[in-house]
Structure formats: C-alpha cells, structure tokens
Design a protein around this ligand. Structure first.
Ligand code: IDP
Ligand code: MG
Length: 237
C-alpha cells in the first residue's frame, strides 16, 4: 500500500513539475502536497518528524530542513523513473454499432468497475482515410474495405484507459474477435453476435497501444490525475 501511495506521490510530483499548462497546476500541486503528506506519514515518518524538529528549533537549522526537502523530492523523482514503465495505457474504441445500440454506459462501466482509469475520451466520426490508417495492418484482408466503411459510418467513442496490465486484460474484458467464440461474461460475448458487428476495439499490444493512442489523440488530450480509489485498487500485502 505504501509503495502505491508513494508512487502516486511521485506521479503527482512529476505532473506538477512538468505541467506547463497553467490550469491543472493548482489541482496537481494540491495532489503533490496531499500525496506527499500521506507518503511521508508512512514511509518517511521518521524523516518527517526529524524535519519538523529541525524546522521548529531555529532558523540557523533551516538548511537541514532544506536539504531534507531536496532529499524527499529526489526520492520521489527516482521512484517516478522506476515506475514510469508501469503506467500502462491502452486505446479502446466503441465502434458505431456499440454507440448506436446505446451500449456506451454498459461498456465504460465494465472498465471502470474493474478498476481502470479513464484518461481520455471523445466521440468522433472518423473519415474513411482515418479508418484505413487505424486498420492499416489488415489492408490485405478481404473485409478491409467494408470494415473501414463501417468504422467511418458513424460516431466512434475513442478512449484511453490506464492501469496495471490494462492492454492485455482489456482484451480479456473485450473477448475474442468473433462473438460466436467470445466467452459469456466478456463484452463481445454478452453484447454482440457476429464478427462484422463486434462493437468494440482494443489495442492488441504495447506497440499498437502507443501507435493507436497517438493516432486518435493529441498528447494534451491525455489527463494525468490521481484517482481517490487507487489506494483501494492497488496494494501489496
Ligand atoms: P480485434 O478487433 O479483435 O483486434 P482484428 O483481427 O484486429 O480483431 O480485426 C479487426 C476487426 O476487423 C475486428 O474487430 C472485426 O470488426 C473485423 N474483422 C475481423 N475478422 C473479420 C472477418 O473475418 N470478417 C469481417 N470482419 C472481420
Ligand atoms: Mg486488432
């Protein structure tokens, strides 16, 4: 648990330090303070009390407090580097059939209830050229043209979800490509019948996730934030 809180603190610190956008800074600055307080209360409790004592003694000892602050920030940044690779994100899209059938809330709630975090979302009607880019690896397949026509035929709900193992497990939540073979309990297994109308897309690996996120979203569309639920979703005993 403490490592997770600590990680959140680091993430918040990184966000605050790297934020060039003015508006989120206040929020993230508060997150740094809150998360750092929590982290120090646990992992750095002895360090913190030493810090407080040093602060209360005299101004001449201010340098101790300053040095400790620097040490704390440096710990946080090191931790952020160590955990940066774990901040996994995937691209998920509800295709026009899912949107038209009113399945947005149902599908979003499955990812939310699992414990994944929504970091970007938008409703768009992609052009055919855009659909061809998205499905470029299928261009030799006989259904490619029809598939791209279909994807560009109506609104698509494009999203980025974040969480540990979200790329692989997102695919599990979605189920097999052909709903005839998807297990009950999966999105396609429960909500779709044929492969041509299987309602949802999910990146199939880390490289695809990276490419698809950058195809559908600008970097500034992705919102970094610490969810209150994280400390209850992650933890090591
Ligand atoms: P995936 O969506 O499970 O990753 P892919 O093999 O990447 O599956 O195929 C992309 C999409 O192409 C599928 O979701 C489905 O909409 C469509 N598709 C795949 N195979 C067929 C097919 O045999 N006939 C028609 N459409 C297909
Ligand atoms: Mg695929």
């Amino acid at each position: 648990m403490s490592s997770l809180i600590y990680r959140s603190a680091s993430r918040a610190a990184r966000s605050a330090l790297s934020a060039s956008r003015a508006s989120p800074f206040f929020f993230e600055g508060r997150a740094v303070a809150a998360a750092a307080t929590t982290a120090f209360r646990g992992k750095f409790s002895s360090l913190s009390s030493f810090y407080e004592k040093a602060n209360s003694k005299s101004a001449s000892q201010g340098w101790i407090a300053g040095a400790l602050s620097l040490l704390q920030v440096s710990y946080m940044l090191q931790d952020q580097e160590a955990h940066a690779a774990e901040l996994e994100r995937t691209f998920i899209a509800i295709k026009p059939d899912g949107v038209q059938r009113g399945l947005i809330a149902e599908i979003v709630s499955r990812f939310e209830r699992k414990g994944y975090k929504l970091v970007a979302i938008k409703l768009v009607v992609p052009s055919k050229e855009f659909a061809q880019k998205h499905y470029h690896d299928l261009k030799e397949r006989p259904f490619f043209n029809g598939l791209c026509d279909f994807l560009s035929s109506g609104p698509v709900l494009a999203m980025v979800w974040e969480g540990e193992g979200v790329i692989k497990y997102g695919r599990k939540l979605i189920g097999a490509t052909d709903p005839q073979k998807s297990e009950p309990g999966t999105i396609r297994g429960d909500l779709a019948v044929v492969v041509g109308r299987n309602i949802i897309h999910g990146s199939d690996g880390p490289e695809t996730a990276k490419d698809e996120i950058s195809l559908w979203f600008e970097p500034t569309d992705l919102v970094s934030y610490t969810s209150n639920a994280e400390k209850w979703i992650y933890g090591v005993n």
